[in-house]
Design a protein around this ligand. Sequence first.
Ligand code: TYR
Length: 481
Amino acid sequence: GTVGALLVFALLTGAQARTGAPQTAVPTLPPPTIITAQPIGDTIYPALGQAGLDVLNYDLDLFVDRPGTSELRGTAVLTLTATQPLPALSLDFLGPQVLEVLWNGLSVPYRQDQMAGKLTFNPPQPLLPGMRAEVTVRFAGRVGVRPDPDLPLDVGWQAVPAQGERVGANFTLSEPDGTRTFLPVNDHPSDPATFTTRVTVPAGYTAAASGMQQSEVAAPNGGRTFTFVQAEPIPTYALAIHVNRFERLDSPAIPVGVGGAAVIRRDYFPVGIPVETRDAYASTNEILGVLSDWFGPFPFSAYGSAIVTPRIPALETATLSTMPVTSSSVCVLVHETAHQWFGDRLTLADWSEVWLNEGFATYAELLWAQSQGENGDEVVRGWYARASRTATRPLIATTERQLFDTTAYIRGALALHAVRVTVNDAAFKTYLRGWVVEVADRPVTTADLLAYTRTRLGERAWAALRLWAESPALPPLPAKP
Ligand code: TYR
């Protein structure tokens, strides 16, 4: 309240020194060493991220000494800039214990607050817009656990203990905010960044990560260090890191990249999984062909999947979808591949807008079905029946539980279909391709999509999308007039 605010004001300004009390009675107060930073202000996760902070690149040097456990040590070097003056830096971090923080190579005091999930420190001078700085964080120990799980799974660094013939393994499953369980990050999709990921693993293990593999070199005791470069910015949750006994399968590159560039193709299969698991992944090139026709060039220089053994949902980790053995179907692979455009390349401005990822990725399942000669109207009727059986809501989510519900996926896809039926398919394709290009360099909102729809396709398409986005009830089944 007011009293507290006044007291803080007094402390910060040293106001007691001027109250007329005898000088000797005034305690000398140390200046506040940590000035707090403001979070980004996400509507679902108000504490995540730092407003005004722009991480350009994460350079990671990770050591997984005992795969299958939650032990992790390493160094993260963040290249930062700011969009407003920042006297304090506050990174999201629940992870291993911090050993040292360096600001442009010089050690600075820091505070690691596990409860708040923040690593906070003051640079010697405020970080100003236009300036660049390098922060080095050294850490070692056990990864953190995301508090307050309202999601059905524990997101973050996954440890899969050894079982029977299978060795212990680790991988990331971080959507929406699990990357902070093991790395100091600005953990919000509105601040995508590039990554260089070096992972050192013991003898017999392979590491895989988002981006192109740059090198594989020998490490002590028969181990190996793998280096990956993710040269295009991605949101923090989309960073894949896997450690397992893998067989890597290379396939011919496919010329669906920007300007017809070849997209490198590689998939990682854990040793010992059923051979049928591989069947779905044989369709990857065809999926890339069909989706790049609708969405435009594939946005990254490599693509494939890393297969994992736990029963978890599949996740669209950039350049390397994380695919459980139990979800190794073409339909799921189509969905995750579509997310490479919608989620990984185009990123969200706020978690409440997640239907802009899930609705587009679900819609891709229809585009794929049609490319395989299936009846698209049947797919749409099936979606509509499903949406009618479930509680509905406007597309923008208001709670964490809504993030990955039927509305985000199915009603989101139906909203795009409602747009499609107002125009012909050639116009709809130009519209989808244009959305990827036009908004590529800033995080997306429903308001952006509405404005874009109106400009590109006109009033009827805009009104249809608006109804599907905003109506409290489920609008009628979209159909060609
Ligand atoms: N985005 C995933 C999909 O629909 C679903 C998912 C969400 C997976 C959160 C994992 C997770 O942590 O493909």
